[in-house]
Design a protein around this ligand. Structure first.
Ligand code: SF4
Ligand code: SF4
Length: 321
């Protein structure tokens, strides 16, 4: 894997698979134009997966974002990211009061926003059945994806230090973004909720046979989906990973609101779609897809609908639990 775009042979495989690149008639190898549009990319990683020359398109664009921010060419505060920065640079709704020691549940910021009832139930089950505490924090990925390298480092160090002070030895995450992002950065082992529930003998088996929309970070290895498969009673189900991201990735919706909406709308015909990322669930529901189900709510028996109307309030409330 390389970020050397001089290796690009302009086969157009990346643009054939990307609505953003198609819109501007560019390939990942078109460096100058791509750099100008770095904040229009959804960072879904499809270009990286399809490139026959091993060019990491997502990595190329992340490098451009970092360069634009550090040189001062990109003023994020004036660029529509003000609320995101206000909330997540020093996460406003952080709460480590119920951390405990040993293993700890780290629900992230989006799952409690969309699924407050399931979050509360899961916290109670893990506390009562396994003595596991909970911390509410943001993993830092949304800030890192804006190209803020110093902030990225500071946030990771802060999480690591707070977890260590509490005596945490294992972090259990619900969100695929938190899983891949923290697994590569924390010096404390990170496991998914599906592996942990399975280890503890908790959660119910659920029917297979439906379509599962894979979130971007799990598309390369499918690690989380293979853990979820332990809970399916039957198959086959169909993985929907060809569709680009749900439209929320890379905060690109700030620059490309219509494209973000149209990417999500392409999935509307997929009735009964299952997801395992709360951000995807909220995004798809907001774009007119009824009946989108999060697999964790099925395993825990809540079958909760994504609460798109009160998502911010639900997130704020995690600070006061
Ligand atoms: S897929 Fe790779 S080689 Fe082909 S145009 Fe895109 S970056 Fe260039
Ligand atoms: S990361 Fe996704 S949105 Fe960005 S250029 Fe690659 S395929 Fe397109």
């Amino acid at each position: 894997m390389t970020t050397d775009i001089t290796k690009c042979v302009h086969c157009h495989r990346c643009s054939d698979n990307c609505a953003f690149l198609q819109k501007y008639s560019i390939d990942i190898g078109d460096g100058e134009k791509l750099k100008e549009l770095a904040f229009h990319c959804f960072l879904c990683g499809t270009c990286t997966r399809v490139c026959p020359e091993g060019i990491d398109g997502r990595g190329v664009i992340m490098d451009y974002r970092r360069e634009l921010v550090s040189s001062g060419s990109e003023n994020l505060s004036a660029g529509g990211y003000r609320m995101l920065l206000w909330e997540k640079k020093n996460y406003r709704y952080r709460n480590y009061r119920h951390a405990g020691s040993g293993a700890v549940l780290f629900p992230g910021c989006n799952f409690p926003s969309m699924y407050p009832g399931t979050t509360a139930l899961l916290e109670r089950i893990l506390r009562e059945q396994a003595g596991i505490g909970t911390v509410h924090d943001c993993c830092g990925k949304p800030i890192a994806e804006l190209g803020l390298e110093d902030e990225e480092r500071r946030i990771t160090e802060g999480i690591s230090s707070r977890l260590r002070s509490a005596g945490v030895s294992q972090v259990i995450v619900l969100c695929p973004n938190c899983y891949y992002y923290l697994r590569d950065r924390l010096d404390i082992p990170v496991v998914s909720i599906y592996d942990k529930l399975h280890e503890l003998g908790l959660g119910a088996k659920i029917s297979g046979g439906d379509k599962v929309f894979m979130p971007c970070p799990d598309r390369e290895s499918g690690t989380i989906l293979s853990q979820i498969e332990e809970y399916f009673t039957e198959g086959p189900y169909r993985r929907i990973s060809g569709a680009q991201c749900c439209g929320l990735g890379g905060s690109a919706g700030v620059r490309e609101p219509e494209l973000a909406g149209s990417i999500a709308s392409e999935l509307r015909s997929e009735n009964g779609l299952r997801v395992y990322c709360a951000s995807c669930a909220g995004r798809l529901k907001r774009n007119g897809m009824p009946g989108v189900r999060h697999i964790l709510t099925e395993i825990l028996g809540t079958d909760e609908d994504p609460d798109t109307g009160k998502s911010v309030i639900n997130r704020v409330l995690t600070k006061f639990r």
